[in-house]
Ligand binder design. Sequence first.
Ligand code: PLP
Length: 430
Amino acid sequence: MTIETQHPETLVLHAGFRCDEATKAVAVPIYQTTSYQFDSTEHAENLFALKERGNIYTRIMNPTLDVLATRVAALEGGVAALAVASGQAASTLAVLNLCRAGDNFVSSTDLYGGTWNLFNNTLRDLGIEVRFVDPSDPENFRRATDAKTRCYYAETLPNPKLHVFPIKEVADIGRALGVPLIMDNTACPIICRPLDHGAAVVVYSTTKYIGGHGTSIGGLIVDGGNFDWAAHKERFPTLNEPDPSYHGAVWTEAVKPMGPVAYIVRTRAVLLRDLGAAMSPFNGFQFIQGLETLPLRMRAHCENAAKVADFLKTHAKVTHVIFPGLQSGEVKRRADAYLKRGYGALVGFELKGGRDAGRRFIDALKMFYHVANIGDARSLAIHPATTTHSQLSEKEQTATGVSPGYVRLSIGIEHIDDILADLRQALESA
Ligand code: PLP
């Protein structure tokens, strides 16, 4: 039975799975198996030739992971999704599915540091050129595009700046040129659906809000099914030229009977097969549990974060607060255009006493965890100048939006009084 709904609260509980056919179990079972018995040599041959759908080997597909992927695809308004080992694996495969050595892609400068390193070093070493551009002017993406540009890449709500990315503006530029936009929506599940604004692919680190409980590392790639890869044959050779590793299949042709899923089927059948960054079925189960309460948690995260931002903005030791709900002008217009159910749960603020005050504040926290993570149900804090950004000079830190007294909070779902009490007492020591 398929439940017809667009409500995220229902989709996360019902999309893609009613009960286990074999046992009638209602909770999604953990299919902790590497392999699947073939009925006959003909069955096996058909599966390998993609003539029939079915399971072969858990590195490429698994029924537990399939439910997770189907639910997130439904939530995002996509056509299909793929679960992978981590958020890093998701962004790596999402780009590698389109780019080969000698190609380039254009990325926003406002990125998670791990993604920055991946693009600027590891992908460059593979011969793929990243062109970083400032997203405050969407036209920068057009200016950086040429015939070898395979995609655009950005984060919906990048920290530390917390300036929401102009999704529609850049997606429109890309669509006119035949370039798809890949959005990392890790910080904004439920509150933003990038595919609705023209993005072609969405990636997640499920490690964060989707898991929600800080137990598992994982990632997801969602195919919007809304980009015509075959209309731009020269730009996308990986999808439009015969694939020698797959019986000479042309992906845009071979998967036509399955719908507009060429992008995600190739990611699975070629990149997951070859690079092997598979999610474990147990972690998939953990993410399914997290997903079931994601809408509720996001509401609580966002409500608490808005109250924290309000509290901090009048505090005597705080020079300014960075939170989408408190921004102004064009930056605020974008926050309101793309964040629909709250402004997220990341809050940045600047302490008057600079670097030493930042250290003192972090060391005085009692309930907040001092960790390099976001999106846990617990409240988290970090002082970038002494941790994630410590290798940068003070000048570089300022350029990336991190000043010596800057603190980043990922607000959890504890009672707001306890969150504010911990912040209040730590600020006294700052
Ligand atoms: N994208 C964003 C926005 C992140 O914050 C992170 C991790 O912090 C990642 C991707 C990478 O995810 P993972 O740690 O699951 O590899």
